[in-house]
Design a protein around this ligand. Structure first.
Ligand SMILES: Nc1nc2c(c(=O)[nH]1)N[C@H]1C(S)=C(S)[C@@H](COP(=O)(O)O)O[C@H]1N2
Ligand SMILES: [Mo]
Length: 416
């Protein structure tokens, strides 16, 4: 690294570790910066400088929207009519006809008691919460975007209906062109809504992302956001919540063989690499890691000559000579088009000065970099993997494809 970049990185890293106390400083000193003794590598500097921002602008998320037409592409007049604007949005919270919960006060359009946007914002004035979360699709090997999501805990709205008994499951959907075949529904145990598991923020009815009103493409005016879950639980264009006595999940996503109860996994990828590298010159590599429920302890890289056999009987390459990469500290700028570039406080995981309480932050994204020693001419495969805070190396402890993508990535390169 050039002295300036190293200095800047040290400054921000020191500032960060001051917040963590002495243990953090020791951890940092004994965790040398990239490349052990090879701190003058321009290609590594360039790669690190080119890394995406930590937060994603709303319009730069990858979009997973269903519907014909896509609800966010309806003309403004149609959006107004169907309740997809802040001025016309209404949320119903009702009992399930087939497995009724007893509610003293269901919120219904018919009786004029459905919740509107102003009421939601009013509740938000005293009860809003914000937390960072990576939006990630169970079936896609790359996070869709990183945001700070803001909204009202769903339990506040559930309690407004004055439930009495027979309430075990809560399911919900968004606007779907009023066509039953387009319904995309998700569900939660009522217990997840009423009480948060240790360390997790509440499930929220969300109206802001990165400090701005939620855009139509991101599911605005209002979407559900479930902190620890894959994207399919975070229903967009939310307009109906059903309180039910069914004892099981009834998500639309179950129909495609997805495992509905899987929290997001820890796994990593490389940013696109060169196809060719010069022989005997260090190789700069960078990438991202999704920090799942079990946190992120390490990112590791292994470059294997293509014509050499892989370790036998070792499906997940546990015996391979993995090398630790460096997990980069908090960035100087958060990105994501935050108002004034600042984290709005309070936000879960950030202290009163707007600095992260821990790094990397669980259920978000982190970035990493490494300088791999130069190689002889030949064909190689680069692989990378995470190790979580329970010391499980990717794709363990939950390797099955349909509980969330976490396959070890393999990238071909040529050295000549
Ligand atoms: N109404 C509705 N909500 C939805 C979906 C959908 O198709 N319709 N897709 C879900 C899935 S599968 C994912 S991964 C996330 C993606 O969120 P994003 O489009 O904001 O990136 O939205 C979820 N919410
Ligand atoms: Mo998804």
């Amino acid at each position: 690294m050039t002295p300036e970049i190293l200095a800047a990185h040290r400054r921000k890293t020191r500032r960060f570790f001051m917040q963590c106390g002495l243990a953090g400083i020791i951890a940092m000193e004994s965790h040398p910066l990239l490349g052990q003794g090879d701190n003058n590598n321009q290609s590594l500097d360039e790669a690190i400088n080119g890394i995406e921002s930590w937060l994603t602008r709303q319009d730069e998320f990858r979009d997973i929207s269903r519907g014909t037409p896509l609800p966010h592409q309806l003309p403004e007049s149609a959006k107004k009519e169907v309740g997809l604007t802040r001025a016309t949005w209404k949320l119903e919270i009702v009992s399930d006809d087939d497995a009724p919960s007893r509610l003293r006060n269901p919120l219904k359009k018919q009786t004029g008691t459905a919740l509107d946007f102003n009421q939601l914002i009013e509740i938000g004035k005293t009860h809003a919460v914000r937390f960072p979360k990576v939006m990630s699709c169970l079936n896609i090997g790359c996070p869709l975007g990183m945001g700070i999501w803001e909204g009202v805990p769903l339990r506040k709205l559930v309690w407004m209906t004055q439930p009495v008994n027979n309430l075990r499951r809560v399911f919900y959907n968004g606007y779907h062109n009023e066509d039953p075949s387009q319904l995309f529904r998700s569900s939660l145990s009522v217990n997840r809504i009423l009480e948060d598991p240790v360390d997790l923020p509440p499930v929220i009815v969300c109206y802001k992302l990165n400090g701005h009103w939620l855009t139509s493409e991101r599911g605005g005016p209002v979407r559900m956001v479930v902190p620890e879950a894959y994207g399919f639980k975070s229903i967009k264009w939310l307009n109906r919540i059903v309180l039910s006595n069914i004892p099981h999940a009834n998500d639309t996503y179950a129909k495609q063989n997805n495992d509905l109860d899987s929290p997001i996994k820890t796994f990593c990828n490389l940013f696109p690499t060169n196809a060719n590298y010069a022989a005997n010159a260090p190789i700069a590599l960078t990438g991202w890691a999704q920090v799942g429920q079990a946190g992120l302890n390490k990112v590791q890289v292994w470059i294997h000559p293509k014509d050499t056999p892989l370790p036998e009987g070792d499906k997940y390459f546990e015996t391979a000579p993995w090398r630790d990469a460096k997990i980069l500290g908090p960035p100087k700028e958060w990105g994501g088009d935050l108002p004034d570039g600042k984290i709005v406080l309070p936000t879960d995981g950030f202290d009163v000065s707007g600095m992260p309480e821990q790094w990397p932050i669980r259920l978000t994204k982190a970035h990493w970099a490494t300088l791999h020693p130069g190689l002889k001419p030949g064909k190689y495969i680069i692989r990378c993997r995470t190790v979580d805070n329970n010391q499980h190396a990717q794709p363990m402890p939950r390797p099955f494809r349909k509980s969330g993508h976490a396959a070890i990535q393999a990238v071909n390169i040529v050295v000549n």
